[in-house]
Every structure is written in structure tokens, then in C-alpha cells.
Design a protein around this ligand. Structure first.
Ligand code: HEM
Ligand SMILES: [Ca+2]
Ligand SMILES: [Ca+2]
Length: 303
């Protein structure tokens, strides 16, 4: 059973310790912000929020070795490892806090430290015993997904369309590789090589940043307006035809979700409330307790 004061007796300062590590880490590497947020999402959607995504395999068969996870930035993993070390440096806290909870706290912190809402995190998850690359396939959304595909995948984790739209606003931060959306610029369909739901101006900008046959490590910010700030500009971009992926833009073009995008584009407080609610629900996905999990000594390896 998750609760907000789970470590009150065992490690009362855990949230302060994690916050300090995250703060310092962001100063050194600003990419830590999107890196941690995406890491949390990819953890929770595969085997639940249990730090399965953090396991490193000597033979490259863990979740992190799946192609969908290869682009997870190393600074996300490093944040959890560093926070774990800082927690374990306090004798009473040593091996009392799960890696899954550390990632949950760090995620709340990167959101708040980049301008987003602060919120109380529910804690008490244990770390899982399974991490297989083969379990990732089919469990993470593709950037080409339409609204029904997005809804189906999020619903399978107890998240409704409002939650899905709110969580998609994570793309208000960070960057993506050209290969993830170049189909929209060059070979969308026979009738229209450029995706007609992209604004003409934005499509031209993206074609400049991502020329055909561009190198495989070229990246583009997903929110070209405020790439480093957690805000509702993501929704304002969608209204202008500036959603980077099909899965972003469809939230505006599909009539069943346009209304939500419009409300959240114009009312940041209402969006923030929905986002916090959705993140809290995301943090409950597949939580392990009792015999189904443990507290890892090393977040990157099973005990
Ligand atoms: C709704 C369906 C979603 C799809 C199809 C999707 C897909 C993607 C893709 C393809 C990338 C670019 C990866 C790369 O090229 O390196 C990306 C980046 C990112 N995603 Fe999502 N995502 C979705 C939802 C989410 C959610 C729910 C979160 C978090 C709550 C999230 C957080 C992020 C972040 C922060 C980045 C940037 C990472 C960085 O800059 O290192 N995404 N996503
Ligand atoms: Ca997991
Ligand atoms: Ca932004």
C-alpha cells in the first residue's frame, strides 16, 4: 500500500536527500530533467514502477537494451544511482529505500525544478525481479500512434484519455531523434509527402533541422518554444500544428480530444492539476509489494 509518509520512521529525510542530488545533477547536466521523466514513464509501463528499466545486463538482454529504451539518456540512470549513494551514506537509511521510489521522487523533483507543479509523492514500491528486453516490445507507445492506439495502451495501465493527454505534455521538455518523425516530413503518404496536420512553417523548419539522410544522432527539441520549461506551451503548440510526433498532433486533430487540448492550452492551473493526478496514477501502475519485490543494494543489479 503506497503512502506519502512511507519512510517517516526509516529514513525521514529521503526526499531532501534526493532533491539535493537532483538539483546538483541538473546544474551539471540539464538533460537530466527530460532524462529522468522519460525513464520513469518507461519504467512504469513495463512491469510496473519497479526500477526494472534500470537493471544493467552483462549480456545486453535487459529492458534498457530494447531499441525503444536505447535512447534513454544516461543522466536519468545516473541520477538514481547518485541519489541511492547519497541515501545509503546515511547509516539509518542504508538499503531502506527502493530504487523505484527514488526514481519516483526524482521525477517529481525534475518536474518542479523545471517550472512544473510540486506535489506529494506516494511511496512504498519495491524493486522488481524481472528485466527482459523482450518484455518491452508492444508495451511502449509509438510516435506514429493514433488516438485509439494511445487510449488502448494507456487504458491497459488504468489511465484514461485525460491522463494520457496530460502525460503526453511531458513532451514540453526534451528532444527527439529525426528518425522518430521524418516520415512526416518526406514520405507521409502518396498524396501528400508532408503530413498535412503539420504547420507549413514548422514542417519547413524541421526539414532544415532534419535533412533527408541526416546522421542518426541529430536531435530536435520537442517543444521548440520553451524546450527547458515544464509548461502548457505543449498544448499551444498543438493548436498551431507544431506537435512533433503524429501521437502529439493527433491529440488536437482528433475531435474527441481537441476540447481537452484547448482547455489546457489556455489554463495552466487546470492542466497542472490533471498532470499531477495522472502522474500519481502512473506511479501506481504494477507496484510490487511483499514477496513480489525487494530493495536493491545496487539499482543496476539484482541482489
Ligand atoms: C503518449 C505516447 C508517447 C509516445 C508515442 C512517446 C514517444 C517518444 C519518443 C519517440 C521520444 C523521442 C526519443 C528519441 O528520439 O530519443 C520521446 C521522448 C520523450 N518522452 Fe515520450 N512518448 C510518449 C509519452 C510520454 C510520457 C507519458 C512521458 C512522461 C510522462 C514521456 C516523456 C518523454 C520525454 C521527457 C522525452 C525526451 C527525452 C530526452 O530529451 O532525453 N513521453 N517520447
Ligand atoms: Ca518497470
Ligand atoms: Ca515547454
Amino acid at each position: 500500500q503506497l503512502k506519502t509518509n512511507y519512510y517517516a520512521k526509516t529514513c525521514p529525510n529521503v526526499e531532501t536527500i534526493v532533491r539535493n542530488v537532483v538539483n546538483q545533477k541538473i546544474q551539471q547536466a540539464p538533460i537530466t530533467v527530460p532524462a529522468v521523466l522519460r525513464l520513469f514513464f518507461h519504467d512504469c509501463f513495463v512491469e510496473g514502477c519497479d526500477a526494472s528499466v534500470i537493471i544493467a545486463s552483462p549480456v545486453n538482454t535487459a529492458e534498457k537494451d530494447h531499441p525503444d529504451n536505447k535512447s534513454l539518456a544516461g543522466d536519468g540512470f545516473d541520477t538514481v544511482i547518485k541519489a541511492k549513494a547519497a541515501i545509503d551514506a546515511i547509516p539509518s537509511c542504508k538499503n531502506k529505500v527502493s530504487c523505484a521510489d527514488i526514481l519516483t521522487i526524482a521525477t517529481r523533483d525534475v518536474i518542479q525544478l523545471s517550472g512544473g507543479p510540486g506535489y506529494a509523492v506516494e511511496l512504498g514500491r519495491l524493486d522488481g525481479f524481472t528485466s527482459k528486453a523482450s518484455n518491452v516490445e508492444g508495451n511502449l507507445p509509438k510516435p506514429t500512434f493514433n488516438l485509439d492506439q494511445l487510449n488502448t495502451m494507456f487504458a491497459s495501465h488504468g489511465l484514461n484519455q485525460f491522463d494520457m493527454i496530460a502525460l503526453s505534455a511531458a513532451h514540453t521538455l526534451g528532444a527527439a531523434h529525426c528518425s522518430k518523425f521524418s516520415n512526416r516530413l518526406y514520405n507521409f503518404s502518396l498524396r501528400s509527402p508532408v503530413d498535412p496536420t503539420l504547420s507549413k512553417k514548422y514542417a519547413a523548419q524541421l526539414q532544415q533541422l532534419c535533412p533527408k539522410n541526416v546522421g542518426s544522432d541529430t536531435i530536435v527539441t520537442m517543444d521548440p518554444t520553451t524546450p527547458n520549461t515544464f509548461d502548457n506551451v505543449y498544448f499551444q503548440n498543438l493548436q498551431k500544428g507544431m506537435g512533433l510526433f503524429t501521437s502529439d498532433q493527433v491529440l488536437f486533430t482528433d475531435k474527441r480530444s481537441t476540447g481537452t487540448v484547448n482547455v489546457w492550452a489556455s489554463n495552466s492551473k487546470v492542466f497542472q492539476k490533471a498532470f499531477v493526478n495522472a502522474m500519481t496514477k502512473l506511479g501506481r501502475v504494477g507496484v510490487k509489494t511483499g514477496k513480489n519485490g525487494n530493495i536493491r543494494r545496487d539499482c543496476g543489479a539484482f541482489n
